[in-house]
Design a protein around this ligand. Structure first.
Ligand SMILES: [Zn+2]
Length: 398
């Protein structure tokens, strides 16, 4: 960490949070600071109750050094993963461990008023179950299925669903939440969760979320790539043949041939009515042959649309998540086989096509992680801990 220039407490917290350095000796060797400077910064973090001493590490001989960890119980984070037709909520501690969660068949189509009314009620109920209140909430992380300006939390415009254009997420939460907000696209929170906790060995990955729609997130150099206006990773509307009109108004997009919506439409033609992507997976698990063929065809279409992005970005991994991915190999294998067959010789070398690991919780874990990052952002922590008497309870911004 020779490039660290700031001498604020925030950089100390970064090293402790990431586990890169948790003792005085390791922090000094990473930061190159004097013992006195480090002691001052640690005191700021301890006084603000942002970190606590975790006691003595006994991994070395002699008197073991004192270790520091994030004070995970100094507040709560609310996490929200809004999907096309299904949404999940969770309350986590400050290191993103899920304490309580809930879900419902409510999604984008219901519009922002209904979804945030529902989430506020459920969060209040869950807070009461934990014996806590809105005053204990330090951060709120939200994933939405569309491009977002993550700096302002404003959903970009135009949106396929006009009710969501220009929505500012924090405006839908009551004023007595004095919390930090972080908002990102649903597939990006999935990508954050999968990259940090599922597949940390892959710093360059294309992450897919296949449900009733198709989402795609890009992890480049270990960070989610958003693009100029938050719209990076729009794989769903790449041309894939066919003559069906897409929700976006164009014809023959990937979404029209490979999404859960497309599979459901084909199933309806053959007399099997399914409503959600979970229904499709259940039908597949029951051994329905028609679904297996449709999942294979969808997987191959997705693989074809990945050939160019894989050549362009040279990722190490394609991570396949979302509800349809829970169908397992019947969906994953066709993607893997076809992509490794058709990708350019260079781009397919050492490329792995792997399933998402965190299952249904990936989104809410990712939402909690992005708001944890915002809450503990280094410059912000350095500034706030310099102010006398600051504690995490003063860190909300609403
Ligand atoms: Zn389209």
């Amino acid at each position: 960490m020779a490039h660290v220039i700031s001498t604020g407490s925030g950089v100390v917290l970064d090293l402790i949070r990431s586990g890169q350095a948790t003792t005085r000796t390791d922090l000094i060797s990473q930061l190159g600071w004097s013992r006195i400077t480090l002691a001052r910064r640690l005191d700021e973090l301890l006084n603000a109750a942002i970190i606590v001493s975790a006691g003595q590490s006994d991994s070395r001989g002699g008197r073991p050094p004192e270790e520091f960890v994030v004070n995970k119980d100094a507040g709560l984070l609310l996490a929200m993963d809004i999907g096309g037709s299904h949404s999940r909520l969770a309350i986590t501690d400050l290191v993103s461990t899920i304490l309580l969660e809930d879900e419902a068949d409510i999604g984008l189509g219901h519009g922002p008023n209904d979804i945030f009314d529902w989430s506020c009620q459920v969060f209040d109920h869950m807070l009461a179950q934990l014996g806590k209140s809105r005053a204990d909430v330090r951060g709120i992380g939200v994933g939405v299925p569309g491009p977002v300006d993550s700096a302002s939390g404003r959903i970009a415009s135009p949106q396929i669903n006009a009710q969501w254009a220009d929505v500012v997420v924090k405006d839908y939460f009551p004023d007595d939440y004095r919390a930090v907000f972080a908002v990102d696209r649903d597939v990006n929170i999935l990508a954050v969760g999968e990259h940090r906790l599922g597949w940390p060995e892959y710093d360059d990955a294309i992450v897919l979320k296949v449900g009733m729609g198709i989402g795609c997130g890009l992890v480049l150099n270990g960070r989610v790539y958003h693009g100029g206006r938050g719209g990076a990773g729009d794989l769903a509307h790449s041309p894939s043949g066919g003559d069906d009109e897409c929700l976006c108004g164009r014809v023959g997009c990937l979404d029209t041939v490979a999404s859960g919506r497309a599979i459901a439409r084909e199933l309806l033609v053959s007399g099997a009515a399914v409503r959600t992507s979970a229904d499709i997976v259940a039908l597949s698990n029951s051994g329905h042959e028609g679904v297996a063929a449709l999942l294979k065809a969808a997987g191959e279409h997705i693989a074809d649309s990945l050939v160019d992005p894989v050549a362009l970005l040279n990722p190490s991994a394609v991570v396949v998540g979302g509800n349809i991915a829970h169908a397992g190999d019947v969906f994953l294998e066709p993607i893997r086989e076809r992509l490794l067959q058709n990708a350019t010789a260079f781009s397919r070398r050492d490329l792995v096509v792997i399933p998402a690991k965190l299952g249904h919780q990936a989104g809410v874990i990712g939402a909690s992680l992005i708001v944890q990052d915002a809450l503990f952002e280094a410059d912000r922590i350095s500034r706030l801990t310099r102010e006398n008497g600051a504690s995490l309870a003063h860190y909300g911004e609403k």
